[in-house]
Design a protein. Structure first.
Lengths: 114, 113
């Protein structure tokens, strides 16, 4: 079966622009996570969805970041007024739903803000 | 705040030897700990999960230990192969009932033929 997919694989944008990053989780997985990974660092938690609702968005750095998962499957991470410091790889992961479940990661979207 | 430390420098191991990677944590009492492998340009791939009441877990050539007194996990790869070269990430539950993981920076392992 298909794993977690993310589009686009690369996104280059200019400072101040709006971007959307998409995640298609594994079918049937109720839990979905977004992480951000900077060069030489481990992934950093951003937000967690259980079904359609954002169960924990405490990792979002500020109100320029927002994520949705309207039908409990595909999720979109939205970044407004992008800044150079937002440049990183944005990773999406899904899991069947239990707290200690294995997380299955997508390949990530590399965002570059010029 | 919670802190996870992994060997920040690359670890060079001769093929066939055992590679041992260390994960130390502070200000934390996780119920479980996970190890992931990450190759360049790819997302992390789950390897092993060990719970606080388990001392050791094995999977093929991999072995993980979890010492909650020392607040340390050791990750071993026996009979290492060049294909094992990658970055290995230690991850703990975020704690306080929160879902999601907190990751260490990872250790870059190089297995030399």
């Amino acid at each position: 079966g298909a794993g977690v997919s993310q589009t686009p694989s690369n996104k280059v944008t200019e400072k101040g622009k709006y971007v959307e990053l998409r995640c298609d989780p594994i079918s049937g997985h109720t839990a979905l996570y977004w992480y951000r990974q900077s060069l030489g660092q481990g992934p950093e938690f951003l937000i967690y969805f259980q079904g359609t609702g954002a169960a924990d968005d405490s990792g979002l750095p500020n109100d320029r970041f927002f994520a949705v998962r309207p039908e409990g499957s595909v999720s979109t991470l939205k970044i407004q007024r992008t800044e150079r410091g937002d440049s990183a790889v944005y990773l999406c992961a899904s899991s069947p739903g239990l707290v200690s479940d294995t997380q299955y990661f997508g390949p990530g979207t590399r965002l570059t803000v010029l | 705040s919670q802190k996870i430390e992994q060997n920040s420098e690359a670890l060079n191991i001769q093929e066939g030897k055992t590679a041992t990677l260390t994960c130390n944590y502070t200000n934390y009492s996780p119920a479980y700990l996970q190890w992931y492998r990450q190759d360049p340009g790819r997302g992390p791939v789950f390897l092993l999960l060990i719970r606080e009441n388990e001392k050791e877990k094995r999977k093929e050539r991999l072995k993980v230990t979890f010492d909650t007194t020392l607040k340390q996990s050791l990750f071993h790869i026996t009979a290492s192969q060049p294909a094992d070269s990658a970055t290995y990430l230690c991850a703990l539950e975020r704690g306080g009932g929160a879902d999601g993981l907190t990751f260490g920076k990872g250790t870059h392992l190089i297995i030399q033929p």
